[in-house]
Design a binder for this molecule. Structure first.
Ligand code: PMP
Ligand code: GLN
Length: 382
């Protein structure tokens, strides 16, 4: 199957995870925690399975979860979201992203993303027949050049997709940049998709949903999911919120992707979203500490490290170790030293791949002892 972004093939996450399993390497590649979220939420899901939550859920999600998503947006961001028609539950953020892009993009429409970009954006834009334009996020701070951002917009721009906090760079977008994006979207009458799956995983900075900016709500679809915030990446429950018209379009497409999403998990996610505010901040603080454990380990191993403001990920440059191609190194590392990472170039088109050729992404959503062991193994790269 060919798309304008090339063969969809096998994702880098699957490729590197397979290598990590084969060589029993520490997997700092694919972003998933090695500790599950709270047992109390697992018990709710288990009760659903042993009880009567084993048939299709309503297409838009069970009412209790839609209400919980609405309550969450009010509690954290003071956003008023009508649970009846401004929320749709999806099979992970991945389905929300695909459904939204398929809903809004017609062949020939232009879609702007920042680069590096999460892999599913490029694939979904390709499947929709859209033209993918990118705006570079470069080290050290991974913030876009505003002139480059402005000149990416044209009369054919249909959609701008942002990811804040940003995978893979760990950067976050502040109010000024978000306001610029809103102004450009308004001027070019385009829709904003904001992927905020790491909304609760920021370290020392506050997350600002773009939908909270003046003028943004009417044209913004915000996406999040259970995976990262609650450490249940395998549950694949996500959601999109926004004005009824945009949500209705996503619901229409979702009908033909999955129809509905994991019934037994939905009450558990509803409860999780209602957790004490301390749950969210404790997890972010702990994760921030672990990011620092890995940052210091990577520095001790001789890499240049770009500390993240959020997400599960840290970017490091392997050039100081004498390697000039992180993709090749990522394919060798599991066997060579028993550690897996993801090269940044796979989140890029050709030019971006060249700019990020020696950068590697490492996941720190792992136990401290594992991060320390991985750092020791990485120090053998020199
Ligand atoms: N967007 C980004 C930026 C991600 O890193 C991920 C990976 N979790 C997803 C979307 C997909 O989320 P989900 O697993 O909920 O489909
Ligand atoms: N979001 C995860 C990451 O960036 C991967 C999810 C997947 O394997 N598609 O590592």
């Amino acid at each position: 199957l060919l798309s304008p972004t090339g063969s969809l093939g096998v994702t880098i996450f699957e490729e590197i995870t397979n290598l990590a399993v084969k060589h029993q390497a520490i997997n700092l590649g694919q972003g998933f925690p090695d500790t599950d979220g709270p047992q109390v939420f697992k018990d709710i899901a288990a009760r659903g399975v042993s009880g009567d939550l084993n048939q299709y859920a309503p297409g838009a999600g069970i009412p209790a979860l839609r209400q919980a998503i609405s309550d969450h947006q009010k509690r954290f961001y003071d956003l008023d979201v009508n649970p009846a028609n401004e929320v749709v539950v999806t099979t992970g953020a991945t389905e929300a992203i695909a459904a939204a892009i398929l809903a809004f993009v017609n062949p020939g429409d232009e879609v702007i993303t920042f680069e590096p970009f999460y892999d599913s954006y490029g694939a979904a834009i390709g499947l929709a027949g859209g033209t993918h334009k990118t705006v570079a996020l470069n080290a050290p701070d991974f913030q876009p050049d505003i002139e480059a951002l402005r000149s990416a917009f044209s009369e054919r721009t249909r959609l701008v997709v942002l990811n804040n906090p940003h995978n893979p760079t760990g950067t976050t977008f502040g109010k000024k940049l978000l306001a610029e994006i809103v102004a450009l979207a308004m001027a070019h009458d385009c829709i904003i998709i904001s992927d905020e799956v790491y909304e609760h995983l920021t370290f020392g900075v506050s997350h600002i949903p773009i939908a909270t900016l003046p003028g943004a709500w009417d044209r913004t679809l915000t996406i999040s999911s259970t995976g990262k915030t609650f450490s249940f990446t395998g549950w694949k429950v996500g959601w999109a919120t926004g004005p009824a018209e945009l949500v209705a379009a996503v619901r229409s497409v979702k009908q033909f992707l999955s129809y509905s999403s994991g019934t037994a998990f939905q009450p558990a996610v509803a409860e999780a979203l209602a957790a004490d505010t301390g749950f969210f901040s404790d997890f972010a603080n702990d994760l921030g500490e672990r990011s620092e454990v890995l940052a210091q380990g990577l520095e001790a191993a001789g890499m240049t490290v770009y500390r993240p403001q959020g997400t599960y990920f840290i970017v490091a440059d392997v050039a100081p170790l004498g390697f000039d191609n992180a993709l090749e190194l990522a394919r060798q590392m599991p066997e060579m030293i028993g550690v897996a990472g993801i090269p940044l170039s796979v989140f890029c088109h050709e030019d971006g791949a060249e700019r990020t050729r020696t950068l590697m992404r490492f996941a720190f959503c792992k136990k401290r002892e594992l991060l320390t062991e991985a750092s020791q193994r990485l120090s053998k790269l020199v």
